[in-house]
Design a protein around this ligand. Structure first.
Ligand code: SAH
Length: 244
């Protein structure tokens, strides 16, 4: 190699290699996350490979408050502020599995909370629209997803009772807050063949899967007792005042 060429290569070395290109640091939560998969998901009835892969990929600890990160992979809900919780991992996996999330799908997530359910869906489907009625939670989730470079989730602060008509219809809709009845706008925003997964009830809640058949009829299936925070807003009669 000629001396000028070698000098040029040496000079350009700092631009060709930077610490950002080195291997990412090992994830200290990787073992806990794998135990969560084996014990709480595969050990129960979660078998959909898309769901298991998504749950293995999304760093749940990044969605809980800093002082709770050590408990992020236990199978329990955790507080996220504003009297709300991030759902337990098994329930997130179950809802994703029941919704039949697949690559190519467009999903609506009602009740963004921490953004964890949205991130799990986003690891499988093409795009997730996620709505949250508590604006500071929606804002925090937006920033968190951005920090994690998850760019196929769009979050908005709005009452999910009305869904998100501008982006409808959806292949699947998951609702993470208990409602006394199935919101009709969410049914309307399902594609034929699409599924809505939601907890229905008050103190006693049942996880329900509604499938919109090709002929537009709805099929209901019950999937056992669950416990979610209540859905607030229009479903309780707290409709926003409409402009005249
Ligand atoms: N999916 C969330 C779980 C959040 S708990 C996660 O992975 O962290 C349920 C969330 O639903 C709460 O944040 C609550 O504020 C929100 N919520 C309740 N009623 C709502 C409504 N009408 N529209 C949108 N979000 C609602």
């Amino acid at each position: 190699m000629t001396t000028p060429l070698r000098a040029l290569l040496l000079l350009s070395f700092p631009f060709l290699w930077s610490p950002a290109m080195a291997d990412p640091p090992p994830d200290p939560h990787a073992d806990a996350r794998q135990r969560m998969i084996e014990r709480h998901l595969k050990g129960r009835d979660i078998s959909d490979p898309h769901v298991l892969r998504a749950m293995a990929t999304v760093p749940r600890h990044a969605f809980v408050p800093a002082d709770r990160q050590g408990r992020a992979y236990g199978d329990h809900p955790l507080p996220i502020g504003h009297d709300q919780t991030i759902s337990q991992p098994y329930i997130v996996a179950l809802m994703t599995q029941l919704a039949g999330a697949k690559p190519g799908h467009k999903a609506l997530d009602v009740g963004t909370g921490s953004g964890y359910q949205a991130a799990v869906l986003a690891a499988i489907v093409d795009h997730v629209y996620s709505v949250e009625i508590i604006c500071p939670l929606a804002e925090d989730a937006t920033q968190r997803l951005k920090r994690l470079a998850i760019d196929n989730v769009t979050v908005d602060c709005r009452d999910g009772y009305q869904g998100w008509p501008e982006h409808a219809p959806f292949d699947l809709i998951v609702l993470a807050a208990a409602t006394p009845r199935v919101p009709q706008p969410l049914l309307d925003q399902l594609k034929p063949g699409g599924r809505l997964v939601l907890p229905v009830g008050d103190q006693e809640q049942t996880l329900i899967v509604v499938t919109k058949k090709a002929d537009g009829a709805y099929e209901y299936a019950r999937h056992g007792g669950v416990r979610f925070v209540p859905m607030t807003g229009e479903v309780r009669g707290d409709a926003k005042e409409k402009a005249p």
